[in-house]
Design a protein around this ligand. Structure first.
Ligand SMILES: [Zn+2]
Length: 322
């Protein structure tokens, strides 16, 4: 986007944020006078992605009202907030987002949220220590949820933030421990499943670079046609060098992603076929949103099973992995 358009867009967004803040204040004032409710209103927590929202819901256990901004098929790299979304963020008591630039278009709104004094937690940025964040050309990779061993740390972080909001809620640490254990079970599942793929076939080719944390944890080489963000285009050169890789290393399968166009992946399959190497479509992975899997755990189980089955070249073991 040209600079002048970008600053105009930021300006419009800032105006919307202000409008949102005012109308939210009006709204809450009205409900306080109208309702006369006996129970105190629940605190409102807004999360950007489902991967975060699932953990926040599990840890909150009904003690807070939890909203997830992005639907199950939304590409977070390309998400632009509507006026309602901005209002929802500005009216929250606590906001969790991924960070590392995943929600790129929301960053001006996040600044406004923080400036208005709302507790704002960048989950992925907060759970990584030292040099754990993966880098690509100086940019930190935001797809941390792809490594459940790291993502499990989200549970105690969420409990801590919810504890600031709900100091009387005694159940938070226990639910955080349970949630942490459930996500760590995904890590064991992934290690066992990936171990069934022959070492020579451990290369994962997908539409964009969402699986680098996954690959680092489980020993897979990963290649994406587009870079870390789907906002970047996959160039012809990237396609050609990936076709070379498929042909040279006899890689058996490539994968669609449910939030990214299938066009580039189809071009890879056709490119390899033109050079006499048959590549199959290994299935559709859920990279940046849970898609039809519906939630984080189901999405990861689906991805792990799909990858292991396709790269093993064996469809009969799918059931055993589910
Ligand atoms: Zn992505």
């Amino acid at each position: 986007m040209p600079r002048h358009l970008r600053s105009a867009a930021v300006h419009i967004l800032a105006c919307l944020v202000l409008l949102g803040a005012w109308s939210c204040r009006d709204g809450s004032a009205a409900s306080a006078t109208d309702s006369g409710a006996r129970e105190p209103d629940k605190k409102v927590v807004v999360c950007t992605t489902t991967m975060i929202g699932d953990i926040v819901r599990a840890v909150a256990g009904g003690t807070a009202e939890v909203h997830v901004l992005f639907g199950p098929t939304v590409d977070p790299h390309l998400f632009r907030a509507t006026r309602d979304d901005v209002q929802q963020l500005m009216a929250a008591d606590l906001v969790f987002y991924n960070g590392f630039g995943l929600e790129g278009y929301l960053e001006p709104t996040f600044r406004r949220v923080a400036e208005s004094g709302i507790d704002l937690v960048a989950v992925a940025e907060s759970i990584l220590k030292g040099d754990e964040a993966m880098q690509d050309a100086g940019v930190s990779d935001p797809h941390v949820w792809m490594d459940p061993h790291l993502w499990a740390r989200t549970a105690p972080l969420v409990a801590e933030a919810l504890g600031r909001l709900l100091p009387d809620s005694a159940g938070l640490p226990g639910r955080a421990a349970d949630t942490n254990a459930r996500i760590l079970a995904l890590d064991s599942f992934a290690r066992e499943a990936i171990a069934t793929i022959p070492e020579s076939a451990r290369t994962l080719v997908t539409a964009h670079d969402a699986f680098r944390y996954f690959g680092r944890r489980y020993g897979l080489r990963v290649e994406g046609i587009q870079g870390l963000s789907t906002a970047s285009e996959g160039g012809l050169q990237a396609l050609e060098s990936l076709v070379d890789l498929l042909v040279d290393e006899r890689i058996p399968a490539v994968f669609f992603e449910s939030t990214v166009s299938e066009r580039n992946v189809k071009a890879l399959i056709e490119g390899a076929a033109a050079r006499g190497h048959r590549v199959v479509l290994g299935g559709t992975l859920h990279s940046d949103a849970p898609g039809s899997a519906g939630n984080y755990e189901a999405m990861m189980k689906h991805n792990i099973s799909t990858i292991a089955t396709a790269l093993r070249g064996d469809s009969t073991a799918t059931e055993a992995l589910k």
